[in-house]
Write a protein that binds this ligand. Sequence first.
Ligand code: ZN
Ligand code: ZN
Length: 371
Amino acid sequence: MKAWVLDGPNELHLVEKPVPSPQKAEVLVRIDAVAICATDLEILEYGTPALIQGGSPFHKNFTPGHEYMGTVAALGPGVDEYRVGERVTVEIHAGCGQCVRCRQGMYTSCLNYGLNYGNVNKGHRANGFTTDGGFAEYAINNINTLSRVPDDMSDEEATLVVTAGTSMYGLTELGGLVAGESVVVTGPGPIGLLAVAVAKALGADPVILSGTRDGRLEIGKKLGADRIVNIKRENLVSVVKEMTGRGADYVIECSGTEDAINQATQMTSRGGKVCLAAFPHEPVLTDLGALVKNNIYVYGIRGEGKSATRRAMALMAAKRFDATLIHTHTFSLAELPTALHYARNRIEDAIKVVVKTYDTEVRMGKKELAK
Ligand SMILES: [Zn+2]
Ligand SMILES: [Zn+2]
């Protein structure tokens, strides 16, 4: 099969690799489409948070990419949960199933993360992070990481389920949203925009979205934001206090900036909750005293645990929001470097860039890929 592998930082090469074979509780997925995520760009440049053979992912024949969907192509021994030919979308993490965190249901925080190298095989997979991912024609997935794709959902839309699942997991970790509670989302990137959509679909009121780019904020409005705040023109903390009275019940921070983290500490109500869904590169100075004095809870989240991807798929299958509003560009697998360039530099306001790996009509030369 064709697969992109990571050599040095930002050096990808298209190579031939053997098609992997599924083991117990696994299927082989023919990848039909894969979306590019900011975390892919992070891995290509810095290596982390990918962990291959116990260390950096560079020069290890590693294939990144984690937001993919496709068609079940082969079944491992004993698998009867899926059939060959079913369209599926994936979540990233299959925990080892045997460590303390997996036993608690926290498989995205599996203590055996990355321990599947050399003689060690703990059964943990995080495709595109610790095991081969989706910038290829085929990948292996544990059956617990699959969700079925409805016939009327496009390949492109199905790649967005893992992003919506991350937003859903954030709300889950905050204790589960109660309809009528207020939510502020800071940062209109893909996770922030879909956090707005998921929160609104679950009955949050009001939902407030902040950012600096009007175009993205407008998309947030279409996805359900009751109020958008361009922080270059308005004071977010005052708007939130005015609309909610005592501050927001929940803040989902998706920008990774010190300013937004500080705003979160100021605009969350007493006893409210903050979810940090983006990672700042530098240590952040913030008023921890305000958090303590106001009994504000802060949660760090990573990934899309507690089957959040399946729950996000339920909302998308029911057309509770239109995730395709964040899909802006499509390329073929051979054009991956161009696709990454568009995503990295936000060319033509790119938000989600999707790579179509398998498209019968394109392969047969019957149609051009739409950009
Ligand atoms: Zn991602
Ligand atoms: Zn585990």
